[in-house]
Design a protein around this ligand. Structure first.
Ligand code: HEM
Length: 214
């Protein structure tokens, strides 16, 4: 097995184990009753934070690949994104089932009336088509539209940060730090896009200039 394939395999094992650990911790804590005085708040906290961190790590994969030139890392992007979606689903289900007792009228009232819930719910809705089209078949079927659709992950992550910033009552340092990381990742994407565009323009100009010289 080539060295880079072995490294990717090792990273995938680490990814699966570390991404499943918070869910296993939540399930064990809930069933064995060691989540403290407010278990639902704890579960919402762990699942929300894990979802946001995984979204940011997913967004860091492409900049990492561009900076290091190590292409095999791209194989981690899909499992990372799907794990992020899995935690957003858990986060949403805990709120809907354990917090609101599956009362759909309360769920709807909260979505309508509490701005941070409206924003989080919008982020969740944006992630649904991204997760649904993450298979190879959909990538092939959608072609260039797939890349455009999947840029929605930046919007979902931004809404996740705003949602977190909005619900924090006093100390906003952590949501601001996560927002700064997101801004850096977005700026890197824009810089890569800009340099690719300039390269394209330069390449198009070279044959035109040599044809004019002939
Ligand atoms: C992109 C989607 C989302 C992300 C990344 C996200 C992330 C987070 C984060 C980081 C927290 C703070 C955890 C803490 O420190 O306590 C949080 C809390 C919370 N989220 Fe989300 N969330 C998302 C979507 C949603 C949705 C769809 C709902 C429900 C409709 C929701 C409901 C809540 C609630 C009720 C809290 C706890 C608020 C509190 O403690 O007062 N979130 N979320």
């Amino acid at each position: 097995m080539a060295a880079s394939r072995r490294i990717v395999l090792g990273l995938k094992v680490v990814l699966w184990l570390s991404a499943l650990a918070p869910a296993a911790w939540c399930a064990a804590g809930y069933f064995f009753d060691w989540l403290g005085a407010n278990p639902i708040e704890k579960l919402t906290h762990v699942t929300g934070m894990t979802a946001l961190v995984l979204l940011l790590v997913t967004l860091a994969v492409t900049p990492f690949r561009r900076v290091t030139g190590w292409n095999p890392v791209i194989q981690l992007r899909r499992p990372l994104g799907l794990f992020a979606f899995f935690y957003v689903c858990l986060h949403f289900s805990i709120w809907m089932v354990l917090d609101l007792g599956f009362r759909l009228d309360w769920v709807w009232d909260d979505i309508k009336e509490r701005p941070y819930i409206t924003v989080g719910f919008t982020g969740f809705l944006i992630l649904i088509p991204l997760a649904a089209t993450s298979t190879r078949g959909w990538i092939r079927r959608l072609g260039k539209r797939w890349t455009k659709l999947h840029r929605g992950i930046y919007l979902a992550a931004s809404l996740g940060v705003i949602h977190y910033y909005w619900l924090v009552k006093a100390d906003v340092r952590l949501p601001l730090r996560l927002g700064a990381i997101l801004a850096v990742l977005l700026a890197m994407r824009v810089a890569f896009w800009w340099s690719k565009r300039r390269e394209k323009v330069r390449r198009a100009a070279v044959p035109a200039a040599s044809a004019a010289a002939r």
